[in-house]
Design a protein around this ligand. Structure first.
Ligand code: GSH
Length: 218
């Protein structure tokens, strides 16, 4: 059986999310780094939408949503028999995981994009976009005042699914004193991006070419 294949782009926060999930679920996959301006035809055949990440399973089935790749990874292999510790243990945990990830993807990310590329969205100022995006940061700060991590006192899927986007947000303008307004969030971010799994997820791979020797995510 061939191993599943992940098409990925190192700097894409959705692809980071998928790589984190696959590493956390200890899924064995071949990794194919792509460039968005020259997507390989093999990837486009699997996902005609042309977005990364794309996971092509051993049976040929394709998953082209980062969150679904995370869930797949945390439910395969030895975790098909047991509940992965990062998944919600109670209904209230599951609900909060879903709520925070939905807020991230549907509300925060569009504001983040406008904040990052404010020159392409002249309807409002960059400061306006910052203020709108920061509503989500305030929500996360509230959660981190309640427990050590976003959903409870231990890490969950939500922490890993959201951290690539918060990292991207803080990188837009490093001169902003975000730690003064969101001290717990910045502490949380620092802890996560310094973790071994995050470093592994950010490993640099050469751009994939047809016929090259397979490289595995590890
Ligand atoms: N909902 C998708 C979004 C993925 C996405 O938008 N990825 C961006 C890169 S960060 C992409 O591939 N954009 C297509 C392009 O730039 O050509 C997911 O969660 O995987």
């Amino acid at each position: 059986m061939p191993l599943p294949i992940l098409y990925t782009f190192r700097r894409c926060p959705y692809a980071m999310r998928a790589r984190l999930g696959l590493l956390l679920g200890e899924a064995k996959v071949e990794i194919r780094e792509i460039i968005l301006k020259a997507k390989p035809s093999e990837m486009l055949a699997a996902n005609p939408r042309g977005t990364v990440p794309v996971l092509v399973q051993s049976n040929g089935q394709v998953i082209s949503e980062s969150l679904e790749i995370m869930y797949w990874a945390l439910r395969q292999g030895s975790y098909s028999q047991t509940i992965h510790p990062l998944l919600g243990q109670s209904q209230s945990e599951k609900t909060l995981i879903d709520e925070l990830i939905t807020l991230n993807d549907q509300q925060f990310k569009p504001w983040l994009d406008k904040y990052k590329y404010a020159d392409r969205h002249p309807e409002f100022t960059q400061e306006d976009y910052f203020i709108r995006a920061a509503e989500f940061l305030a929500r996360l700060e509230t959660e981190l005042n309640r427990h050590q991590f976003l959903v409870r006192d231990s890490l969950s899927l939500a922490d890993y699914a959201i951290v690539p986007f918060i990292r991207q947000f803080t990188a837009v303008d490093s001169k902003r004193d975000l730690h003064l307004h969101f001290p717990r969030l910045i502490q949380w971010l620092t802890l996560l991006i310094q973790s071994t799994v995050f470093h592994r997820a950010m490993e640099k791979y050469p751009v994939w070419e047809q016929g090259q020797v397979a490289i595995y995510l590890e």
